[in-house]
Design a protein around this ligand. Structure first.
Ligand code: GLC
Length: 423
């Protein structure tokens, strides 16, 4: 078994260093559910797309044949990785197995997998692993360790199985663990195993954690290896590497420690043909900045179609975020939470010797008042265009007054002012 040292705080600091810097990652929910895309037998099924089997209580014998129709001929791993890269995302997490139990990778443990059961016959995770390696992006795997609506001993399917007769431990030991071994052996370095919804008991969660550590000591383990109630409780600590917030949950205050918000661009994770409720690019940039200013990471989801295409509205928004990050990335990557709370004009991020003022609401008077900056400010300038020269700095009491601002924001979504501070 693993040495306890793998779980020691220092070891954890080393393991999670890259993630603390990375700040912005891509989540990909892709599976058979992209075929019905939210519609079953002519009925729109409410809720998130990847839950359709559950929401419509689709019997296994009806859901399973979807595999024979799964042929994502337009899938191009390099293209997906390129989209992530151009968006400024530093790592990708893709569904290896979601709750429906279908395996999106080559596995010896079941024929219910993309290589054996579909006309496609390829292993997209392998192709993504290669493309990520080429592009210098990290790759991690979402793995549904508890819910499995297909496996006779997985949890959650009470329309095909009799829960009282299921043996979860045998599923975990005889299926989940060997599959994790495949994922952690056959795809090179794995950035994270993204467990979801909690493991039924602390003992089993610990067993899974130790298993992952033993196979790849540097792989991060997501907060949802434990359920939400337990995550902050006594035994939650130490089982995961970081805390996962609820879906789309952004805390309203600065949160200590390592944490992440998994989030959607529209209202579903898995592709739904009729979900057009896309957040605007500006809104997504504000969310990224908001989360980073509170100390967290943003894992933003795309739900590719059954053909293997990331929906164009998502691509468009990600491109917009990437354009903003190309100019303003210094104020996001490698920064830490705001030392001045949450000002009403925007947000603040920080690095040693630097404060980044993210101005969402540009002051029309040409002066910005900032409270809470304790350090002496040596210089202030616009990140997008330092050649415009320095802003005028006046510090008085606890307040900082910046003047000489351009009349209009350089970027109406978020113009960043950099402060060089003495520290
Ligand atoms: C939820 C859902 C799941 C989704 C996940 C993403 O727990 O069960 O479908 O994958 O959130 O954060």
């Amino acid at each position: 078994m693993t040495t306890p040292i793998e779980n020691a705080p220092k070891r954890r600091d080393l393991r999670i260093g890259w993630w603390r810097e990375a700040r912005f990652g891509m989540f990909i929910h892709w599976g058979l559910y992209a075929i019905p895309a939210g519609v079953w037998k002519g009925r729109n099924i409410p809720g998130i797309g990847e839950w359709i089997m559950y929401r419509a209580r689709i019997p296994i014998r009806e859901y399973e044949p979807l595999a024979r129709r799964f042929n994502p001929v337009r899938f191009d791993a390099r293209e997906w990785v390129q989209i992530a890269k151009e968006a400024g995302m530093k790592w990708i997490v893709i569904t290896a197995k979601h709750h429906d139990g279908f395996c999106m990778f080559d596995t010896k443990l079941t024929d219910y997998n993309i290589v054996k059961a579909t006309p496609f016959g390829r292993d997209p995770l392998k192709e993504l692993a290669n493309a990520c390696q080429e592009a210098g992006i990290r790759l991690g795997f979402y793995y549904s360790q508890t819910l499995d609506w297909h496996h006779p001993n997985g949890m959650g399917n009470d329309w095909d199985y009799e829960p009282a007769q299921q043996d979860f431990t045998s599923y975990l030991r005889g299926y989940v663990k060997p599959q994790l071994r495949e994922l952690l052996t056959n795809y090179g370095p794995v950035a994270v195993i993204w467990f979801d919804i909690g493991t039924p008991t602390p003992e089993l969660a610990r067993e899974l954690r130790d298993w992952v550590r033993q196979l790849q000591p540097d792989t991060l383990i997501s907060g949802r290896i434990v359920s939400r109630q337990w995550a902050t409780g006594r035994w939650g600590a130490g089982l995961s590497d970081y805390r996962s917030m609820g879906d789309n949950e952004i805390p309203d205050h600065i949160v200590e420690g390592d944490w992440e918000t998994p989030a959607t661009i529209n209202d579903t994770w898995g592709y739904k043909s009729y979900d057009h409720n896309w957040k605007s690019t500006g809104n997504l940039i504000h969310k990224l900045v908001d989360i980073v200013s509170k100390g967290g990471n943003y894992l933003l989801n795309v739900g590719p179609t059954a053909e293997g295409v990331i929906p164009e509205p998502s691509v468009e928004r990600l491109r917009g975020m990437g354009t903003w990050l190309k100019v303003n990335g210094e104020s996001i990557y490698g920064t830490t939470a705001s030392p001045i709370g949450m000002p009403e004009w925007g947000r603040c991020t920080a690095k040693l010797g630097k404060r980044y003022l993210h101005v969402f609401a540009w002051p029309w008077e040409g002066i910005l008042e900032v409270s809470g900056i304790q350090k002496r400010v040596k210089r202030a300038y616009l990140l997008a265009d330092p050649s415009r020269g320095d802003l005028t700095v006046r510090q008085e009491g606890g307040s900082l007054y910046l003047s000489g601002l351009p009349e209009m924001a350089l970027d109406p979504i978020d113009t960043v002012i950099v402060l060089d501070v003495e520290e």
